[in-house]
Design a protein around this ligand. Structure first.
Ligand code: F6R
Length: 364
């Protein structure tokens, strides 16, 4: 049942405020100010390194979480693609927590990477949507993301639920490691509780995003740029666009622009810049200006404060709600998804069932 939407993907994008509210309630309780993990949980004071492994969109969730675990929990984090990790046979040092992220819980490479870590990592934790999946069963601790069944092949609500659970885990780690006092944790938790309302505000921009997507749908190639936590969102935006609209898209960390990809810039390649008005904003804007100076067409996704400062010469702009820094990736995932979805609709491709792709990749 598509619930009145044209595609499951549209329904699943729209469901994000509700499913994230459920995931928050599961881990936070109603009105509580602690983060509760199932079973015996994890004691992060005994962990000194985190190794995160996944594929595709779930890998981008890990890349995002790296910023959180490093920043708030001061834990060294390594993130790897499962199909690379498993064959490299990397050494696993003492005190390593191995964390696997998978919507289906059945992805062959991720499962093989998990099995490789058995007996080597101190503990094996997974973040999954399917609670009775192989990856969940073979973990010491499985954390459900509670996104509900995801039908669209392109992951949307599972991605933002993965991010939400990973952010809660990073905050819990910071608390366990004595880096976040009780009252600071309570403040972060009350910020988390604003996620559903912020996501609704992001979804309210759908008409503007649709117009930008219709313009993008005519391009052959699109470049996505982001810095810091927005770099993984740029990667996710590019993956979503290529997989459902078949438009070639690439993502770069903004600071890498001048190390090569700037040679591609001309009026035929739109550039989508993801940049909330945070501490890195000015740096990203200066990269954006390098694009504009070469007649590149820029779609800037920022908040009102950012758009007020950097609106000159833009092709399109999309205003996201202002939000606490740590929440920005979860909010900016929405325009990344909607750009891809509406570009696919404009091109007439099947957003729910893109060619050559399977929902669950159980073969390597
Ligand atoms: C992209 C997408 C895929 C999956 C990847 C991992 O939209 O859905 O990249 O994220 O195949 O799948 P899971 O999370 O089931 O391990």
């Amino acid at each position: 049942d598509k619930g009145g939407h044209k595609h499951f993907m549209a329904k699943e994008i729209a469901e994000q405020p509700a499913v994230i509210a459920q995931a928050l309630a599961h881990y936070l309780g109603e009105g509580g100010d602690t983060i509760t993990l199932p079973g015996a949980g994890v004691d992060f004071s005994a962990v000194n390194r985190l190794t995160m492994v996944a594929c595709g969109t779930a890998y981008y969730a890990c890349l995002t979480a790296k910023y959180w675990f490093e920043q708030v929990a001061r834990l060294p984090v390594e993130v790897d693609i499962a199909s690379e990790f498993r064959y490299r046979e990397p050494p696993i040092s003492e005190g390593t927590l191995a964390l696997f992220v998978s919507q289906s819980g059945e992805t062959a490479d991720t499962l093989a990477a998990l099995r490789y870590c058995k007996g080597k990592a101190d503990s094996i934790v997974s973040v999954v949507n399917v609670a009775e999946s192989s990856i969940a069963r073979e973990s010491d601790l499985a954390l459900p993301i509670l996104a509900g069944v995801e039908v669209g092949v392109a992951s949307t609500k599972a991605f933002t639920c993965q991010l939400s659970v990973l952010l809660m885990l990073a905050l819990r780690a910071a608390h366990d490691r004595g880096l976040l006092e009780d009252d600071a944790l309570a403040d972060q938790i009350s910020a988390l509780r604003s996620l559903p309302a912020l996501l609704n505000a992001a979804l309210d921009q759908e008409d503007t995003i649709r117009r930008a997507a219709q313009n993008l749908s005519e391009a052959r190639d699109v470049l996505f740029l982001g810095r810091g936590q927005m770099y993984p969102m740029a990667l996710e935006g590019a993956l979503k666009l290529k997989e459902i609209s078949y438009i070639h898209a690439e993502a770069y960390a903004s600071g890498e622009l001048k190390h090569g990809p700037i040679a591609l810039i001309d009026q035929n390649m739109p550039v989508v810049v993801l940049a909330p008005r945070d501490a890195l904003f000015d740096k990203t804007v200066s990269n954006m200006q390098e694009v504009l100076a070469r007649k590149g067409k820029v779609v800037l996704i920022s908040d009102q404060a950012g758009l007020d400062e950097a609106s000159d010469g833009l092709w399109q702009s999309v205003a996201m709600p202002a939000c606490p820094d740590l929440l920005a990736p979860i909010i900016y995932a929405v325009p990344a998804q909607l750009l891809a979805y509406h570009a696919a609709v404009a091109k007439g491709t099947d957003a729910d069932q893109p060619r050559n792709l399977a929902k669950s990749v159980t073969v390597e």
